[in-house]
Design a binder for this molecule. Structure first.
Ligand code: PGA
Length: 254
């Protein structure tokens, strides 16, 4: 059975709890009917309100977590805390966390396993920088990043993850990977997941992220190895995000 698409909005450090509620209400109004999955990742403080507002129409997740369940980690938020307020997913290893907050392949691996153990869906993010792409060898680098993120994860658990390929040079820059560039990497990741997990890999969705918008979504989402998008800027505008969901409806009607 073909995988349905998954369209996920990463709100980053935008929206107070009240603004987040207004945004999600606007989104619920703007969204077309769809059989695909729509997810939003508001800031921590808005999670509970957004969860209450969406019921089961949208998947709601957090943008980060700690891998320990509790303890002396001032300022951190644990998976049981997220779970209790109704978050069902969590972004792990977003490039902004790697770049600005010292996230490493090792912590990404711990968070991925901890999220699965806590019953949340980890959205495991990987991507190469512009110098890394220019140097060549980026496919090997991305393969290493994904292997490191999933190190020690048994096939029985692997079906519960989502992988997001987000070239760092395309995030928030308005420069999108071409359909061919995104497909090249997502096809490689699909093959790697198949080698690692056999049949269990078939259910794993691979998303593309990096300046996806209403104009370029259809081409990206029509690519055979791309199962959806992780969307930053455009997810803060209900009409633009709804247009991306409409594009998914068109390219994957049934
Ligand atoms: P962007 O962000 O769509 O604004 O490029 C994507 C992301 O960081 O997940």
């Amino acid at each position: 059975m073909p995988r349905t698409k998954l369209l996920a909005g990463n709100w980053k450090m935008n929206k107070t709890p009240q603004e987040a509620l207004a945004l999600v209400q606007g989104l619920l109004e703007a969204l077309p009917e769809t059989r695909h999955t729509v997810a939003v990742f508001p800031p921590y403080l808005a999670l509970e309100r957004v969860v209450d507002a969406v019921g089961d129409r949208l998947l709601v997740g957090a943008q980060n977590c700690h891998f320990e369940a509790q303890g002396a980690f001032t300022g951190e938020v644990s998976l049981p805390m997220l779970s209790e307020v109704g978050a069902r997913a969590v972004l792990v290893g977003h490039s902004e966390r790697r770049q600005f907050f010292g996230e490493t392949d090792e912590s990404v691996n711990k968070k991925t396993k901890a999220a699965l153990a806590a019953g949340l869906i980890p959205f495991v993010c990987i991507g190469e920088t512009l110098p890394e792409r220019r140097q060549g060898g980026y496919l090997a680098l991305l393969e290493r990043q994904l292997r490191a993120a999933l190190d020690g994860l048994p096939a029985a658990a692997a079906g519960g993850i989502v992988v997001a390929y987000e070239p760092v040079w395309a995030i928030g820059t308005g420069v999108t990977a071409t359909d061919g560039e995104a497909e090249e990497v997502c096809a490689l990741l699909r093959a790697l997941l198949g080698r690692l997990y056999g049949e269990a890999a078939a259910g794993i969705r691979i998303l593309y992220g990096g300046s996806m918008n209403a104009q370029n979504a259809a081409g990206l989402l029509a690519s055979p190895s791309i199962d959806g998008g992780l969307i930053g800027g455009a997810s803060l505008k209900p009409q633009a995000f709804a247009a991306i969901v409409a594009a998914a409806n068109e390219v994957a009607a049934d």
